[in-house]
Design a protein around this ligand. Structure first.
Ligand SMILES: [Zn+2]
Length: 436
């Protein structure tokens, strides 16, 4: 089935965008009718918003008539999200918990079809990026099982695991737990393992790249850095290129729906996984974004008939893009910005993506890690990990640099930490706003 799906993907991804849209629309209609009939939440929610059976969208242009499901609404829905009758392959599997910005879990259920698609798209990503399966894969990430990946040695496996092992022979995979291994331990481990591929989070890749550049170390075999889970910025891509002379390949996924977009095999932007999700980018007024505009990511899971997600607001923001010059008809995203809470709020109420310049800050104070938390409209807590406590004068220069890059004269309170922890899912956020 995995290989059969690759064959379908390979044919379908070259269809013209209109053809793909028509296929998606057929599925959207089936999904909307099913959800209205079988899922108590949608029946009630849509009815309350004036959408009845006869008024379900009959044309794709009418799709936006369906109200958006916010994270808060999904949380409140609980069990009413589950379909009363579930088709074959959509029997309830494991609940999916994702730690939202409030720390509360969003609950959606896995099923066999979703699991198969997860594996198939993982394989597509490997094939798109022409990985040499005979190489060694090193992963530094949060471990799903406690006790795995402890430093200094981590764990060694004889192959890359699922789904690769189901269809290909592969080289070894080594794992290191990001929660217990410091950057220094990670760097030493990488030098010993000398992998062909490194999989980790963007901020961790950046910290490792800094360490390698600083020490003049190289990884002779490394071909690619693969990133997941956090926002990958052009700065981090550049840093990895400087450190190891390799490109970074990113994926964009969400626990609730699985893969949303994969980086194009030929360019740095992303292709929406149109077989898995219907994606809309909307501006603050709810209108579709034009290429170059940043909008909220609203997704519909095309294949979950256990606990359907229709027009779900992921809380993420992404940049709309023109069609890809590679010729694939799958929709494109120019980049992924982050979550709403990663936006800076100015005293005027204006929200914007904060400019972060860690290399500039590092020239002032040799810092290991930095994180900014906006507590109020004009107060900012700047958390730092440093080897040596800086002078007052250096602190003042850093304050000025931060104020200049953020564009407002914030009251800044510096906090010194031994380390800055990642969230439960392994994610690290450089900027968090608690305002609004
Ligand atoms: Zn492309």
């Amino acid at each position: 089935m995995l290989l059969a799906l690759q064959w379908q993907f390979e044919r379908g991804e070259w269809f013209a965008p209109e053809v793909l849209r028509q296929r998606q629309w057929r599925q959207l209609q089936v999904l909307a009718r099913f959800s209205f009939k079988e899922v108590p939440f949608y029946h009630e929610f849509y009815s309350r918003e004036g959408v009845t059976w006869g008024r379900l969208p009959g044309r794709l242009e009418e799709w936006t008539r369906l109200p958006i499901v916010s994270r808060a609404r999904l949380l409140a829905a609980g069990e009413t999200m589950v379909a009363r009758k579930r088709p074959l392959g959509h029997e309830l599997g494991q609940p999916i918990k994702s730690s939202g910005s409030t720390g509360q879990p969003v609950v959606v259920w896995r099923n066999n079809v979703k699991d198969l698609l997860w594996q198939a798209i993982t394989l597509r990503e490997h094939l798109w990026h022409r990985r040499d399966f005979s190489g060694k894969l090193a992963a530094i990430r949060k471990m799903e099982h406690p006790g795995l990946g402890h430093p200094p040695h981590g764990n060694l496996f004889s192959n890359w695991g699922a789904p690769v092992m189901h269809v290909f022979q592969s080289g070894p995979m080594v794992l290191l737990d990001i929660a217990t291994a410091s950057i220094a331990q990670q760097a030493q481990w990488l030098l010993r393992e000398d992998p062909d591929y490194l999989l980790t989070y963007p901020t961790n890749a950046a910290a490792l790249a800094d360490r390698f550049i600083e020490q003049g170390w190289r990884l002779s075999r490394l071909k690619q850095v693969r990133t997941l889970s956090e926002t990958l910025t052009p700065r981090i891509r550049e840093r990895c290129r400087q450190a190891w002379g390799v490109p970074v390949v990113d994926v964009y996924s969400a626990n609730e729906v699985g893969y949303i977009a994969l980086q194009c095999p030929e360019y740095e932007h992303y292709h929406v996984q149109g077989e898995n999700v219907w994606l809309e980018l909307v501006d603050p007024l709810g209108n579709p974004c034009q290429p170059g505009e940043v909008g909220r990511v609203i997704v519909t899971d095309l294949n979950n008939f256990s606990s359907p997600l229709l027009r779900y607001d992921t809380g993420d923001w992404a940049i709309a893009s023109l069609p890809c010059p590679c010729g694939r008809g799958l929709p494109t995203l120019a980049g992924i910005m982050g979550r709403t809470r990663n936006m800076l709020v100015l005293p005027s109420g204006e929200k914007r993506w904060p400019m972060m310049r860690p290399s500039l800050y590092r020239d002032i104070i040799p810092l290991r890690q930095i994180q900014m938390v906006q507590h109020t409209l004009d107060q900012l807590e700047v958390r730092l990990v440093v080897d040596e406590r800086p002078s007052h004068e250096a602190e003042e220069r850093l304050r000025q640099a931060i104020v200049a890059t953020l564009g407002h004269d914030f009251v800044i309170n510096f906090q010194y930490n031994d380390q800055l922890l990642r969230a439960a899912g392994g994610k690290f956020e450089e900027f968090i706003s608690e305002v609004g």
